[in-house]
Ligand binder design. Sequence first.
Ligand code: CP
Ligand code: NVA
Length: 315
Amino acid sequence: MKHFLTLDGMTPADFHGLLALACYLKDRRRKGVQDLCLGGKTLAMIFEKPSLRTRLSFEVAMVDFGGRGIYIRGEEIGLGEREPVQDAARVLSRYHHGIMARVFKHATVTGLAAHASIPVVNGLSDDSHPCQALADFQTILEHFGSVAGKRIVFIGDANNVSRSLAHACILAGSTLVLACPKDYAFSAGDIAAFGAHWGTSVVQLHDPAQAVANADVLYSDVWTSMGQEAEKAIRLKAFQGYQINEKLLAMAPKAKVMHCLPAHRGEEITDGAMECAQSIVFDQAENRLHAQKAVLRVLMAADGPALLASMRPKS
Ligand code: CP
Ligand code: NVA
């Protein structure tokens, strides 16, 4: 593993290895064991969009490992505007040991990766949010004891979060059911990327009540993602009925409730659904830290590759 940009193309062995490593690192942190494996190293943290979880969890991860995350606002460096992505990638590679970027265009993270001599991590692009999906599957592993054979019902649109969850489901041997309005479905490009898994591991429906049957997880995300603010009024209308609420929960009484956060309570999810006994949203938020520590360890620490190899499932 050289970079962490999407889950599409990752091997199931690496995916399971990263989950095992995330759980191992979580346990060590709980026990107060220090792993200063990134002492003296820095992570450039570029944010073209706002963040609570991603910024703070990466920054804490670097502190835990004895290194430092250095935050820079996208407007300040103007990737692709003030200077070409390939120039910025080469300059950042002279100062830092890794780059984490939250961007609009996915091509910005692939461009950084193509020209940097250091690892690049996607902290969310318009297309994908792989750090979120990794943390989500760590949370599923903890709550269900395994990640295979789960039915994860995402009520919302085909966006960065549901797309990464779909690829994670393929790697885990689970099923992602997207319940979306007809105009907010997976694209032809998505369907091509899902390949033979489309219709089996990735399923699309339009009626949330039909989708939630036998769900293990009900998953929600905002109706209007960062960068789509101009579409807010249209989306508010289009997504009416695509809310995780008490009525939907009653149809899936055993399902856990997940949300990547931030939540717009009263829109895509109700207060009751956020706070109910089935909700595991704050475990998800915590696991961003542990899952990302696994990614940083593998990509940036001297012992990372060997540690990942030792965590891969034995076949
Ligand atoms: N879930 C998530 O990525 O949260 P932030 O936008 O706060 O980083
Ligand atoms: N789909 C959301 C996820 C936020 C973590 C967005 O892109 O804004």
